[in-house]
Design a protein around this ligand. Sequence first.
Ligand code: SF4
Length: 1007
Amino acid sequence: MEPQGGWSRRQFIQISSAVAGGATVLGTGAAAIGVPTGQHAPDPQVGGIKILRSACMMCNAGCGIQVKVQNGIAIKIDGNPYCPQSNEYASAGKDVVESDLAPTALGTLCARGQAGLKTLYDPLRLQHPLKRMGQRGAGQWQTISWDQAIAEICYGGQLPEGPFEGLAAIRSTAPISAAESKYMDEAPSTGFGPRSNQLVMVSGRNQNSDLTKRFMDAFGSINHLDHTSICNAAYKTGGYHTFTNPKKAKGTYNFKPILENATYVVLFGTNPVEANVPTNTFGRLVASMVKNGGKIVVVDPRFSNTAAKAHRWVPIKPGYEGAFAFGMMRWLIDNGKIDVDFLTRPHEDAAKKVINGKQHYSWSDATYLIDTAKHVRLDSAQAGVLWANLTMAAGKAETVLTVTSTAGFPSKGTLKIGSELITYTGKTDTTFTGLGRGASGTTAADAALDAQISIPWMVISGGQAVPYNTVDQADLEFVGKVNNIDCETSFSMLADEVSLKTVDEYETLCGLEVGTIATVSSEFASAKAPVADMYRGAQSTTNGYYNCRAIFLLNGLMGNVDRIGGFAMGPRFNGAEPARPVTTSTSGVKLDRGKTKYAGTKPKPTRQWYPIAEVGITQEILPSAKIGYPYAIKALMTFTHNSAQTIPFPQSQVAALVDTKAIPLHICSTIFMDETAALADYVLPDGMYLEKWASPMAGYPTIHTKASTIRRPVVGTFDPITKHYIPAFPDTMLFDDVLIRIAVELGLPNFGLNGAGAGKDIFTAWQYYNLFFSGGDYTQGLDEKADYMRMGGKRQNPAEIADPANPAFALNRYGDRVDIFYEKAAASKNALTGKYFSGVPIFEEPGIAMDGTKLVPPAGYDLTLITFKRGWHTQSRTSSNEWLAEIERANRLWINSVDAKARGITNGDRVRVSTPAHTTGEVGRAYVTEEIRPGVVGVSAHFGRREAGSKQHMADGQPMPHNANIGGGLSANHLMWPEPAFPDLCLTDAASGMAAFLSPSVKVEKL
Ligand code: SF4
């Protein structure tokens, strides 16, 4: 007998019939007739099959897929052979065209990608809008019409606790005042912004973020919040602060090793054979690299499937990846193995110049002088070398500046007035011309007559301090006085930090055998193409930011950025946000305080603020809302985001979600009854990814040629007259369409009639994405006849990774500055401790609370818990997919045989894992193994679901479909520690805001 929730032939036919009722069925071009037989041959060769190409979203990597659709029913998903994530091939020309591949070509997909069909037609999918009838979490619902749902969301209605305000009443430009906030003394002088900020949208895998942002901007709320702090906040922030990209005034983190040519790769806390983006590609590249004789070192407490392919497994103590990177830097510097030629080139022209047969395309700040007392870069005026004064009062849009004299200034480069950086491309005797105001991310500002203008960066050359752009190479190391100011170069500051410990001491911290760091460093240094990369294990800790900075800089010190076999980018073809005829702007403070400096009058804020994080701090949103900090909210929209399960220590997220006073209205758009939807007031059934448009998907930098994959529906019905799309379950609605309907209902600007300009209406998702695509690199919009629609995206020749004009370098280059010192970090404080962050990476122990204290585990909690992902599941969201559950239905606790023996545990025993905050713990089975370091236990991230279809809910008094088989195993997230000072928040990196997925200590008992 098939388990409850399985995809039976009868259910499949029911869905088929529902789809067949529509007008035009995608994939057939005509009204659907008949139903499939229920036989799902892996590669059907019968007639009437159409292939539609789109993008996978079973994980976030967006691999190209091609879906076989018969009579409007999707019957098979394969890899799109045109997508380089799914297939290795070369095209005949510079860009891929259809004739490059035979019609029979196929790409690869991972197991999750293939199982997308199960999610599409899963009978557990929500099929009608639901309104809560009992208490939040009671599982009592009423099905309602879309008209009712949208009317009540817009204009208010009645919930079991009483009436609530709708979005129309919440939208207001009046400022948040003491009536809405008990914390007005923590507001900046400009306040917390308008009351519209009391609408909060939180999204997870939001691949429709251009549209959701347009909606929130039109509404007037700044609270368009994301999930990045449970994803890659430390990686992203560390990347932005290393690859600062001053030419474009915007940093980046989009780098990956060019594995096709790398010869030695050190992977810190990442398992690309199973879990990096995209597994489908990264895993294949790892395998071919090994086959070609390349060496891989996996630094991970667990012997992952990538470690199984590796030349060396380094079973490090969890959270000490930064110490290992510091040990490597120490060894490389001490042994003269860094790329001094790269590091001493201080600007672009110098980098590109062939000197002693060497050339680069990126350069670094290694030689720039830092004022070590003020922790800012020394400028030419402070150095007493070069400056001028404005002979005009300059507005911030000025393109020419008149000064006393430009004598001594280089003919082009960067200038500084106050804290603003300005690029210039030419000069006369008394003017700077071709100005780009607000370069390097600084804010353009008005400048007064007589304001001093200087060169912002100084280096040492020939024993003198000189502007950075007057020499081709400068001194790497300097510690001394310039114009009586104590200075060091960026490199010297880093070297100082690195030399605080010996290689042996770093090794001891890492808990490794003597000689490990030296061996790896020596192999790394002598390799033809060495490169280092990291992900979850190295960054999802309280010291994640500094770990990532150190590992990124390993590449910088080796000068491998932009080099073939080194660290390089992966650009994409993109769309463009359609015009906004009405200027919309938001203001105030975001609820999560991400990217925001504390500027209140109260000396110390009530909760943490995150001035140097480059992302939103998702774990802060709901606990903050619960206490109305920094202001109370009135409505919460969650979209593809499941706070109640996916955030470490979700117990506190649940506590906030059940509080109807703190969150008076919760609207959740989802495809399943997940843990967050179960605590909503309105559950709006969304389309799944095979029924959606989205912004073009990047190939992630794993693909180093320019490439994008487009997503568009492959099933459902589409009305070519009204441009209205209905998903396969006909009473579901794309969240994009929901937002557009709400926007039109509320009369929000930039939606509806002429919403994107004259003759450009936005009444449907199709209209929005048609404009989005056509405004960018996809000029024919969503025209089904366009080549890129047939091929499922646009791509450069996937084989042309190297620049034909200079094959030692990547064709798609970063070509900008690599920063050792990040000035904004050095100038910013941890608001709770009052201590400055460091401008250069530092070694920091893991398990430091946000208030600076070291966590001390109580007696008995003596094992460290790590988390990891398997190749057949994605976070927790695929555990309900029966096809994938057949591979693994419940996880086990990985425990070393030494630790198991000490507790009398044998393989398969039932065990309890608990923390001081979760004493009832999680119960599961033990996997006793040598494949994890003693003292460490591991739990995969996919199981222990509380909802996701596993619980019985009732709608209109009738039981909703559920599957009691879902939900087995241990939930790793429930075993994460809360912050000692904030028991409603998981452990968090104060610098990047990254949530910790590493539990400092747990207790394991045999049951
Ligand atoms: S790696 Fe991710 S995007 Fe690619 S096929 Fe697998 S699940 Fe889909």
